[in-house]
Design a protein around this ligand. Structure first.
Ligand code: FAD
Length: 534
């Protein structure tokens, strides 16, 4: 459908619901490419700090916290395009993109202890796929997406597939579950097929210098503040009014609860816009502590799911939030961040794995009931992290199971108990005992009820399009907006939404950058076929 694009960007006010990378990217492109004045852009965020899923908080005394760390790759074209204009956290003369590329070229990802069993490295020369598994994988890669509506991964593959090295690598690298959408798995297969050969070593994975709050969010925030963008924190958008005329839909007002807890309405003028991040995988997360397990919260504390539910009632083109968020037991997993005033653990891991910190990526304990993995990022992972303080992150994909050593569900464990289970799997209980006893170790567990909601099996239309048919002045952004062919659970997906929204609603003379298309390269295909059959 033809869409009239904004002709008077200088008169437009744009409201961005949420301050995740999707909104920060939209604000950047609105200023840079659409000609909207920064002073007319309002970021409305329910939390105290911007960034959404891209977090990095805490301090050396009380312990650092990250809900997760991002793996990137060279062909995150939209993401790197965005960050090529943004001065880095440490150096105004270097862009975040250049800093990340330079950093990743010095600390090259080549995991040498990706999967462990009984505390020992598993040989990953072979993915362990049978001929039937290989055929199923290829059949999936070349299936049509529309034939895969509501199908789970476990519906597609035989039971034996889930015992292979291939599945263990896959499930723990991307946090897919057996019950996740096979359509999303297919997109991953196609989108990242050039990385398949190197998957056991995490080859081609790129990282930012620090955690993504400091390396990505803070530079973007600084860039936007310098251009006058408003960050209205503690501001929750609870509903949006729309009017339907002929075949057009126009957003007319936002209903907001402001930082004082007061309800207010923001009317949208004729040339005003609203971009909505609908749904968030990190909403309703809760932090525990060394002595306390986190609490598993639900939708009632989540601005994004509540807002999406409210507007989805108004028109079916706004999607079906319940498909993604109504079954927390299938969507949740738990992560944790450990802060150590001692280098014993990091020294041990460097020796054991053969990886310098920042080059190993994930290490997974395949015989752990919780399916525990850890990542040791390059130190320091926080700009203010003292030399004698070390940090690592970990997660467990099955928090409802009892531990092998700690006879409790992971979801019931505090930070101390989670680390006890980890030491057990690595066979370093005796090594770590005195260090823990000396009080030099902290660990903060985190419950994430919606973290895998984006992988839930779904059908066409459950995610609203970034620009739904007839949309005059609004767009959906983020992991629950529909973008053809790209992969959710990536920052690239969110930035692609931002480009799609801005270039679709404003006359920028620019097109959304095409997705890197390695699936049509015969060389890549042959290498991938060889990899799955070895
Ligand atoms: C543990 C973990 C590991 C990950 N690993 C990777 C990885 O390896 N590689 C990769 O590329 N990506 C990874 N991701 C995914 C990536 O970080 C996210 O997909 C991306 O950051 C999402 O950005 P977003 O802006 O779309 O949404 P979010 O970051 O979810 O931002 C949404 C924001 O909007 C706010 N908000 C929503 N609704 C409202 C409302 N009604 N009113 C006010 N505010 C509202 C929320 O508070 C939030 O701040 C990971 C994420 C996690 C959590």
């Amino acid at each position: 459908m033809h869409r009239d694009k904004g002709c008077y960007p200088e008169d437009s006010k744009v409201y961005l619901v949420g301050s995740g990378i999707a909104s920060l990217a939209s604000a950047t492109y609105l200023i840079k490419d659409a000609g909207v004045s920064g002073e007319n852009i309002y970021i409305l965020e329910q939390d105290a700090i911007p960034g959404g899923a891209l977090d990095g908080a805490g301090d050396p005394e009380n312990g650092y916290i990250i809900r997760g760390g991002r793996m990137h790759e060279e062909h995150f074209v939209c993401y790197w395009d965005l960050l090529s204009n943004i001065p880095s956290y440490d150096d105004q003369n270097i862009s975040v993109k250049d800093e990340s590329f330079e950093f990743s070229s010095r600390f090259v990802s080549h995991a040498q202890a990706r999967l462990l069993k009984g505390g020992k490295k598993i040989d990953l020369t072979s993915f362990g796929l049978s001929v039937k598994d290989q055929a199923d994988l290829m059949r999936l890669t070349f299936a049509s997406e529309k034939s895969l509506n509501n199908i789970r991964i476990e519906d597609w593959f035989k039971r034996e597939f889930f015992e292979t090295n291939y599945w263990l690598l896959w499930t723990t690298m991307f946090a897919f579950q057996k019950w996740s959408s096979v359509a999303v798995m297919r997109r991953y297969m196609k989108r990242f097929i050039h990385l398949l050969d190197g998957m056991p070593r995490l080859g081609g994975i790129m990282r930012t210098k620090y955690n993504q709050y400091h390396s990505v969010v803070m530079p973007l925030k600084r860039y936007l503040l310098e251009r006058g963008v408003h960050f209205d924190m503690h501001t929750q958008v609870v509903d949006i009014d729309f009017t339907h005329t002929d075949d057009k839909i126009t957003a007319t007002a936002l209903h907001v609860i402001d930082k004082k807890g007061k309800g207010m309405d923001i009317p949208l003028g004729e040339s005003d816009y609203v971009f909505i991040t609908n749904g968030s995988i990190t909403d309703s997360t809760d932090h525990g502590s060394w002595a306390k397990a986190p609490v598993l919260k639900d939708k009632s504390t989540s601005g994004s799911w509540m807002l999406w539910e409210n507007i989805a009632k108004k028109d079916k083109i706004f999607g079906a939030p319940g498909v993604f968020s109504d079954n927390i037991d299938l969507q949740k997993w738990y992560s944790y961040t450990a802060t150590l005033r001692d280098s014993t653990f990091h020294d041990y891991m460097e020796n054991f794995s053969g990886n310098l910190d920042g080059t190993g990526g994930l290490v997974t304990m395949t015989d752990s009931n919780w399916l525990m993995s850890i990542v040791i990022a390059r130190q320091p992972h926080f700009p203010d992290q003292p030399k004698d303080v070390k940090v690592f992150w970990g997660y467990g994909l099955y928090p409802d199971r009892e531990g092998n050593h700690v006879k409790k569900k992971m979801s019931e464990c505090n930070g101390e108990e989670i680390l006890e289970e980890l030491w057990y799997h690595l066979k370093i209980q005796d090594l770590m005992k005195p260090i823990v006893a000396s009080g030099k170790v902290n660990c903060i567990p985190i419950a994430m009820p919606f973290i895998d909601s984006l992988f839930m099996p779904c059908a066409k239309g459950d995610r609203p399009h970034v620009l739904p048919e007839g949309s005059v002045n609004f767009a959906f952004l983020g992991q629950f907006a529909e973008v053809a062919d790209d992969c959710v659970f990536t920052v690239e997906y969110s930035v692609r939404c931002a480009q799609t929204a801005v270039y679709g609603l404003f006359d920028c003379g620019k097109d959304v950058l095409p997705i890197y298309d390695s699936i049509h390269s015969p060389k890549v295909l042959i290498t991938a076929m060889k990899a799955i059959s070895r």
